[in-house]
Design a protein around this ligand. Structure first.
Ligand SMILES: [Zn+2]
Ligand SMILES: [Zn+2]
Length: 257
């Protein structure tokens, strides 16, 4: 599996993009900075998008992808929880703010095609084995454990607060992509609003190692621009304490699994 981190941030300014991953050029996971990161030729290769939850920093470029795909008469499958689609479709895609992407360019040949996913039920999506697992965020959210037909397994937590032990029981990743949106000085707030600080992340990773007997490589994304330096220093510290391969992700970073 080849992973490309398209967007590694939870907010946006020049040089940063909103959260989005791309696997083997064909499977996107969240769509915050999706089209902003890719040429049209690269976008044309995308077969499916998995959405973790409805927040704008994870869904925004679904609008522009759906619009662009009409250029090559494309079809992109969009997978998400029912609760996520129930927000994303009426708020972003039904024609109020842009094209009606449920019926664009026509009702018969819409570029975006929606399918609900159910937690704990593994599903074959474009040859990938995909397992959606609920995480503890402020709105219904799933992380995704994804095994590539080309080899390699990753678990993407999406936005989450503490309490990943139930997820850890169901996964066996080579790589964990997780978040640490706020620094240790804001740990109480992070937990309250469904995010992690490095200190909270360390507790989750200690539990992972206790349950699974190993610690995979960990890449931390969904960074907050104003706190990135501080979080980076704290992540480096917990990497040392856990003697693990734990580091910050960044835009356009590629990882081979
Ligand atoms: Zn987010
Ligand atoms: Zn969120």
């Amino acid at each position: 599996m080849n992973l490309r981190i398209l967007g590694a941030h939870g907010n946006e300014a020049k040089g940063s993009r909103l959260t989005s991953l791309l696997l083997d050029d064909v499977l996107a996971v969240d769509a915050g900075g999706l089209t902003a990161s890719l040429t049209l030729a690269e976008q044309e290769k995308i077969r499916a998008v998995l959405l973790s939850h409805h927040h704008f920093d994870h869904t925004r470029d679904l609008v522009t992808l759906g619009f662009n795909a009409a250029l090559w008469d494309g079809r992109v499958k969009v997978y998400a929880l029912r609760e996520t689609l129930d927000v994303v479709i009426p708020c972003l895609l039904d024609g109020k703010i842009y094209a009606n992407l449920r019926e664009y360019p026509s009702k018969e040949r819409a570029t975006l095609q929606f399918e609900t996913i159910e937690p704990y039920k593994e599903k074959d999506i474009e040859g990938y084995r995909v397992l959606a697992l609920p995480v503890k965020h402020s709105v219904p959210t799933v992380g995704y454990h994804i095994a590539s037909p080309r080899g390699g397994k990753l678990f993407y937590t999406s936005d989450t607060g503490p309490g990943l032990a139930e997820c850890w029981r169901h996964v066996s990743p080579d790589l964990v992509i997780c978040e640490s949106f706020l620094p240790d000085s804001m740990t109480e707030r992070a937990g309250r609003v469904g995010h992690l600080s490095p200190r909270l992340l360390k507790e989750e990773l200690v539990q992972f190692r206790q349950l699974k007997g190993y610690l995979p490589r960990v890449i931390v994304i969904h960074l907050a621009l104003s706190h990135e330096r501080e979080v980076g220093q704290e992540i480096a510290r917990i990497a040392g304490e856990l003697e693990g391969d734990i580091s910050l992700g960044c835009e356009d970073m590629e990882v081979a699994l």
